[in-house]
Design a binder for this molecule. Structure first.
Ligand SMILES: *Cc1c(COP(=O)(O)O)cnc(C)c1O
Length: 455
């Protein structure tokens, strides 16, 4: 048995993990073609041929819609604005409650606030990390209008149960599939299983255009309302014969021609990226699944995982060391991260959203408490303890690896698995070491580790 690197032994791997390289010559050619054309955006903020953008935007949207059989695909300048569009398009009004996950990127819930809706947080399933149907049912009131589900880390939420609840209570369903492009839930592509949903095209996502997003839906009216919100809808409702003009004041959430041209080339690569992630993700799962005290996700029949992050759940009762110490021991076996994507393991994901000041102080739009004070006599609960599974995942159970991605081969994933196995095999050395006596309550901050390494 070899000595753990954190206790002075030699590490499993010294060589850096390769960075991701996302842009190829196809994207460069596409961007150049648009620059040469001099038409960098094809949108006009009035009804007519260019209300829904230029040639590249239309081609990009068509490609996405056709590949997965979505009736409509609507590009936007970010997925954060895409979520706002979705909330507006399904008709959320001031005082409406929307059931949200607390374990996600902040925009999943703040999108609701932009239309005066109130995020009501339900807990997540421990094995799936996505909204727990039982907890959703407990949070439903006469004011509930929608459920905003997130397919976290690229694995679909429990949609059969969630759609059944939505049907029973007449609720809209919005899918935040930012981390799950091209993912299937029981053979159906995610994004438009509910009323509307979509994907992020920011720099960190599987495929990207720097910033950007795509909405998808099978509903013609929701699609039209989304297009109105994207592009100054107030100028166009009459021309399009829209009689319910609520929530159709538009903004400028338009995708540019360069972004669309790059996105068109990126999209062609998506399938290959997902296949690669599937292969190395399955390899890692096979290596880790028998380890007592670690839990890795199993993929249900007909569903897929995009491994935006590879989640590993840690049981401190089995190892008798903290997650933080375990993670530091694994990290010591591997090269130091020089970039987020080269971080072998991180912990916690994000703080449960309701613990952020916006919910703690109930101050969002203006200073008077809107929209949290919209329903007289109703007090919204955002206290610690609200979602115990989420809090436990954040505080001590969940570890994440961004290594299941393009540019990482099976050899590198094998080194990662070797590092974890080495720490598990030598766990008693770690347990008995002086390090285990430290009370370290600080989460391992990958960003800080990268900063220190780079300077
Ligand atoms: C990335 C992400 C968003 C926001 O997307 P942007 O394109 O960065 O605005 C929203 N929700 C989830 C779950 C995400 O991962």
């Amino acid at each position: 048995m070899s000595k753990l690197a954190i206790l002075g032994g030699s590490p499993v791997r010294k060589e850096d993990f390769p960075n991701r390289k996302s842009m190829g010559k196809e994207e460069i050619e596409a961007a150049k073609r648009v620059l040469d054309s001099d038409v960098l955006s094809g949108f006009v903020g009035a009804a007519g041929n260019f209300f829904n953008g230029g040639k590249e935007v239309k081609q990009f949207e068509k490609q996405w819609a056709e590949a997965y059989g979505f009736k409509h695909a609507i590009s936007v300048n970010s997925w954060t604005t895409g979520l706002q569009v979705a909330v507006g398009a399904v008709g959320i009004e001031p005082g409406d409650e929307v059931i949200c996950s607390p374990y996600t990127m902040s925009a999943s819930a703040t999108s609701v606030l932009f239309y005066g809706g109130i995020p009501v947080f339900a807990d997540v399933e421990r094995d799936r990390y996505t909204l727990d149907p039982k907890s959703i049912e407990e949070r439903i009131t006469p004011r509930t209008k929608a459920i905003l589900v997130v397919h976290l880390f690229g694995y679909p939420a429990n949609m059969d149960a969630i759609m059944a609840i939505a049907k029973k209570h007449n609720l809209k369903v919005i899918e935040d599939a930012a981390q799950a492009p091209g993912v299937y839930y029981k053979n159906i592509p995610v994004g438009a299983i509910g009323d509307i949903g979509g994907f992020s095209l920011n720099f960190h996502k599987h495929i990207h255009t720097g910033e950007g997003g795509v909405l998808v839906t099978h509903d013609d009216m929701i699609a039209l309302r989304s297009q109105l919100i994207r592009n100054h809808g107030e100028n166009a409702t009459e021309a399009y014969g829209v009689t319910d003009i609520s929530n159709t004041i538009g903004s400028n959430y338009r995708f540019t021609e360069i972004q669309a041209a790059i996105g068109y080339e990126q999209f062609k690569k998506l399938h290959g990226f997902l296949e690669h992630r599937k292969e190395i993700g399955a390899y890692l799962t096979n290596r880790l699944k028998a380890i007592e005290g670690l839990h890795v996700q199993q993929i249900e029949e007909g569903s897929t995982h995009s491994y935006y992050m590879y989640p590993i759940r840690f049981d401190e009762n089995v190892f008798e060391v903290s997650r933080n110490l375990f993670l530091r021991a694994v990290s010591a076996e591997l090269p130091k991260p020089n970039y987020w994507d080269t971080t072998p393991l991180a912990e916690g994901y994000v703080k449960p959203l309701y613990l952020n000041p916006v919910y703690q102080q109930k101050i969002a739009i203006g200073k008077k408490g809107f929209p949290f004070n919209t329903n007289p006599g109703v007090e919204y609960d955002y206290s610690k303890g609200l979602c115990p599974v989420t809090e436990s995942l954040y505080e001590k159970e969940l570890m994440l690896s961004p290594l299941v991605r393009e540019g990482i081969s099976k050899k590198e994933i094998a080194d990662f698995a070797d590092a974890i196995e080495k720490v598990v095999e030598n766990i008693s050395d770690l347990r008995n070491s002086a390090l285990n006596k430290e009370t370290n309550t600080q989460l391992y901050d990958a960003t800080k580790a990268i900063d220190e390494n780079v300077k």
